[in-house]
Structures are given as C-alpha cells and as structure tokens.
Design a protein around this ligand. Structure first.
Ligand code: APR
Length: 224
C-alpha cells in the first residue's frame, strides 16, 4: 500500500471557521502571537495567555471538520496515510484520520509547567489549576522558541512518503516548513493553497485553490 504523507497548516481549517495566522497581518484572533504563543508572553501575563487558549478551546468545540478533512481521512481506504499537522485543533481526528502527528501541540491537552506529563483538558484553565505536585497547568502547545518534540518522528515519516500533500500552510515556520525537503528525490508533491508560497521542485503540482476544492483535484489525479 502506498504511503501518503500530509503536511497541513491553518489553511486546512480555514473553511471550518478557524482563523489562520498570517492572513490577518500577524495577529491571531486579534492578539500578537508573541504575546500569546511564547514562554515570555506566558511569564509576563499568564492570565491573558490562559484566557486566550480558553477562547480557542471554546471556539474549537463549536466548529466542525470541512470536506478537506474528510477527504484526507477517506484516503485511508486506499493508502497508508500519516498526517503531520501544525494545527492544534482536532479536526483531522474528528473527520476520521487515525494517524495524526501534532507538531505544535494540541488545544485539548495540557501539562504542568516544566513537565511533559500530558493530560486531556477540554474546559477553561485558570491560574491556580495545578497538578499533584503543585505545578501550574499550561496548554500543551509548542510556543515560539520551544522545542518541537515530534520533529524527528516527522522527519522519519517524510522519508517514507510515496506521495506528499502539502495543504494550507504558508511554509514560513521552521522546522515544520523544512519537512518537505526530507521526501525521497522525485516524490510527487501536491501543494494546495489559494495563495501558495514558491516551492522550487519540479515534482510539485501547485493547486491554487482552497483546501476543500483542492482536495477534489488531488483525488481526481490520484484516481486517474
Ligand atoms: N484553504 C487552503 N489554504 C488556505 C485557505 C483555505 N481556505 N485559507 C488560507 N489558506 C492558506 C494561506 O494562503 C496560507 O498560506 O493557509 C496558509 C496559512 O498560513 P499560516 O497562517 O502561516 O498558518 P501556518 O502555515 O499553519 O502557520 C504555521 O505558525 O503561528 C505559528 O504555530 C503556529 O502552527 C502555526 C505555524
């Protein structure tokens, strides 16, 4: 069975109603990402950060996967599929994808500060929510400047790709953006984005469409 690797970003969830990062001139839901997605921001104003993710968590529970998520999940009928996502939402899983690697963490998980003891968390989080050792609980999100624990696994996965689908990412944040360079030379690449970045690789088919329609084009190619 051929192995399809998918690299997804915020654009795949845009049609579900979740905002992307760079389409709103660097603001994430009205906030400077440096204020709400860095350890320094959390140290400076933990309540702002905790409330920001409380809002994101509430919003996630109100939105649904879109047809791009479902089409990606349906590929599992005919292919081995690994989804490597920069998204912290659970829309790939809710659409039925069974093998999802979250490079930048997950909104519905949490951990104590300075610990990797990950727990499920789907309600509001506030200062004073601590673990049994009295450590403040924080969102299980990889903030700017923090290590990306899943990157080595993601690199190994990309090396085994027979087909790569890049969908809804501006390819601006490393190390995620560098993953495409680990696929074997000559691997067919589909890049779906209405406003695509330049990818200098002759094996890339750039599909200048939104995720939902772009995935229909990919499926047509795969089945032709
Ligand atoms: N369908 C497909 N792609 C879309 C759509 C859509 N409907 N709408 C927008 N896009 C594209 C944009 O053109 C852009 O290229 O999605 C991409 C979103 O890019 P970013 O906002 O930079 O999001 P992403 O690439 O996921 O950011 C990576 O940066 O802020 C950090 O940790 C955060 O995981 C995030 C990382």
């Amino acid at each position: 069975m051929k192995h399809i690797v998918v690299l997804s970003g915020a654009g795949v969830s845009a049609e579900s109603g979740l905002k992307t990062f760079r389409d709103a001139d660097g603001l994430w839901e009205g906030h400077d990402v440096m204020e709400v997605a860095t350890p320094e921001g959390f140290a400076k104003n933990p309540e702002l950060v905790l409330n920001f993710y409380n809002e994101r968590r509430k919003q996630l529970l109100e939105v649904k996967p879109n047809s791009a998520h479902y089409d990606l999940a349906a590929l599992e009928k005919d292919y081995k599929v690994t989804i490597i996502t920069q998204n912290v939402d659970d829309l790939h899983e809710r659409a039925g994808s069974t093998n999802v690697i979250h490079l930048h963490g997950e909104l519905l998980k949490a951990r104590p500060v300075n610990s990797n003891n990950i727990i499920l968390w789907n309600t509001d989080m506030k200062l004073g929510d601590v673990d049994e050792k009295g450590r403040q609980i924080r969102p299980h999100i990889v903030w700017f400047g923090e290590a990306v624990p899943m990157i080595d696994l993601a690199v190994d996965v990309c090396k085994t790709a027979d087909i790569l689908i890049i969908i809804g990412t501006s390819m601006q944040v490393y190390p995620a953006a560098g993953l495409k360079d680990y696929v074997k030379k000559g691997t067919p690449i589909f890049y779906i984005d209405p406003n695509p970045a330049d990818i200098h690789d002759k094996h890339v088919k750039t599909i200048k469409e939104k995720a939902s329609s772009g995935m229909k084009t990919v499926i047509k190619d795969l089945t032709s």
